[in-house]
Design a protein around this ligand. Sequence first.
Ligand code: ADP
Ligand code: MG
Length: 177
Amino acid sequence: MSAVTVRLPDADATRAYGRALAGVLRAGDLVVLTGDLGAGKTTLTQGIGVGLHVRGQVASPTFIIAREHPPVPREDGSTGPTLVHVDAYRLGSLDEVDALDLDASLEEAVTVVEWGEGWVESLAQDRLEVVLARPRGGALTDDDLDDAAAGERVVTVRAVGARWADVALPDADPVAG
Ligand code: ADP
Ligand code: MG
């Protein structure tokens, strides 16, 4: 098991780290994002989407719990995996987890789950557990949610399972842009 911790001074750094993380992701991988409301989970997923070169804007879903972003061919003609973005914040029960039918996604896509802790672990032995935190603490107000000045984040990525045994996780402070 390996783990890295990276400081993310602003939202661009969060997106850049997501792009870097996409570099080690392949079809069948599961990423579990943990952190308070406003911690940067969706922002990180946006970066993963850019890194995987998928279609559509990664957003916070209002009603849709799982959204599929198919890959777009790169300039060299290659295509990567589909991104399936799950935001389980509004998930009511474990029956609804079954209804999401994530089995196919967990085999063929890169599956990124917000608010998955407590149920998603049983779906896969191998996963990246990503925790986003605001080191200076304090409760977020609604205004903070749109305010990049609301303070830096720190991301910790913990690799669980044999899949990640020989994988180097991105750990340098990513350059934004
Ligand atoms: P979550 O999905 O965890 O609820 P979001 O990704 O929607 O959180 O992010 C909430 C807000 O935090 C957004 O306005 C985003 O731009 C901002 N944000 C993300 N990462 C950082 C960061 N490293 N520093 C400051 N603000 C950030
Ligand atoms: Mg979110």
